[in-house]
Ligand binder design. Structure first.
Ligand code: FES
Length: 155
């Protein structure tokens, strides 16, 4: 199976029904996406597929050929982070950090389709992400900061 991940082409030797998350983590050593529930419910494994948020734990790789897959690692680098990554760092929006991959990727997907979201729209985009820590206020601040940065860059 040939997959395009973070702009690189990978020939992957795995059964077509293998979950994308397992290939990303085990074969490609991309550990940004996390394994949480494995059922599509917690959001920890979220990646972008053709710019939209997708739960990699329940997506078989056979549906991914020819599509543009981006993981947390592909958003930006330490030297040049994506505005969403930058906003999370500046707001120190983390406690344990396990859910953050999913939150960041879902906010990135939201900003791809709506660079000026309202707070209600940000909340809706995070509705199905589970987080049991106490960083929710900082996460919302980071999301709104990122929205401001993205909107500014487009003006
Ligand atoms: Fe994929 Fe929970 S690990 S949604």
């Amino acid at each position: 199976m040939r997959l395009t991940v973070n702009g690189n082409i990978h020939d992957v030797d795995a059964a077509p029904d293998t979950a994308l998350l397992h290939v990303l983590r085990n074969d490609l050593e991309l550990n940004g996406p996390k394994y949480g529930c494995g059922l599509g419910e917690c959001g920890a494994c979220t990646v972008l597929i053709d710019g939209a948020a997708a739960r990699a734990c329940v997506i078989p790789i056979e549906g991914c050929a020819g599509r543009d897959i981006v993981t947390l690692e592909g958003l930006g680098s330490r030297e040049n982070p994506d505005p969403v990554q930058d906003a999370f760092i500046k707001e120190q929006a983390a406690q344990c950090g396990y859910c953050l991959n999913g939150m960041i990727m879902s906010i990135r997907a939201l900003l791809n389709r709506n660079p000026r979201p309202t707070e209600a729209e940000v909340l809706e985009s995070l509705r199905y992400h589970l987080c049991r820590c106490g960083a929710h206020i900082e996460i919302m601040r980071a999301a709104m900061r990122a929205a401001g940065l993205v909107a500014e860059a487009r003006d």
